[in-house]
Design a protein around this ligand. Structure first.
Ligand code: FE2
Ligand code: FE2
Length: 252
């Protein structure tokens, strides 16, 4: 496993040091189906919740990094440290998106309350980070941005997804080392509540996706680490980048 941790770390480096993509100003591009079928509402909730949860995950990961002594290899700790810096990039990019796409005050308030629910959960910081990244970001927020968000949000989701897959793998590894791999019922319940809030109004009959579908994908991704239906869902939306960034594969 240390080998795969090392290769994860090396995969994010250029010239021997961690590489971070740069947040970009974005232009407003239309959502899929012009935002109908609950798409607009979901995307607004995704942006609002990401504004809080990206910072929360950085904090959870930072707490874990500080506490780790000799339980993991130095390279794993280094990887975790670079993952924390990624969250700062994500947070800056989400803030730029929120300047372009307006989100109403009520949605922002609900997102803040969701973040507070996560903060008050007694589970360990690394378990909270892992569950958010796998059960909420990779299972719902990012796939919806990728497939439904239009050109700009798809670009953002492509960048963030690549990082989050690395974070999820790192955090799974650390969680396994420090704890059993069983998330508490309370934590799993909050994953479901979070996904339900994000996709509660989403019902795209043409694509056969709705709230229940996303809840199933989230459960499956948490339980097994793979969700083939999510891969199919997002594979219809490979992004052609206007920047010099390479377009790496997006897999679950
Ligand atoms: Fe993130
Ligand atoms: Fe992350």
């Amino acid at each position: 496993m240390t080998n795969s941790i090392r290769s994860l770390y090396e995969s994010r480096c250029r010239n021997g040091a961690p590489y971070y993509w740069q947040p970009q100003e974005i232009t407003k591009s239309p959502f899929a189906f012009n935002g109908e079928f609950g798409i607009k509402k979901s995307l607004e909730r995704i942006l609002a919740s990401s504004e809080y949860l990206e910072i929360d995950v950085a904090q959870y990961t930072g707490e874990t990094w500080k506490k780790l002594q000799g339980e993991v290899s130095p390279i794993c700790k280094e990887l975790l440290h670079s993952n924390i810096a990624d969250e700062g990039v994500h947070s800056q990019q989400i803030s730029k998106a929120l300047k372009t796409y307006e989100v109403d005050a009520n949605t922002i308030a609900e997102a803040k309350s969701l973040s507070e629910q996560w903060r008050s959960l007694p589970d360990s910081a690394i378990e909270k980070a892992t569950a958010l990244e796998i059960g909420v970001f990779l299972a719902a927020s990012l796939p919806i941005m990728l497939r439904c968000g239009g050109h700009s949000l798809t670009w953002i989701a492509t960048q963030i997804s690549r990082d989050e897959q690395r974070h999820a793998a790192t955090n799974r590894y650390i969680t396994n080392k420090l704890y059993s791999n069983n998330f508490s019922e309370q934590l799993q319940e909050l994953v479901k509540e979070s996904v339900t809030w994000i996709v509660g109004d989403l019902d795209i009959k043409q694509w056969k996706v709705n709230k229940d579908w996303f809840l199933q994908q989230s459960q499956q991704l948490m339980d097994t680490g793979i969700a083939p239906k999510l891969s199919q869902f997002t594979s219809a939306s490979r992004y052609s980048p206007p920047f010099e960034d390479e377009n790496s594969r997006f897999d679950y």
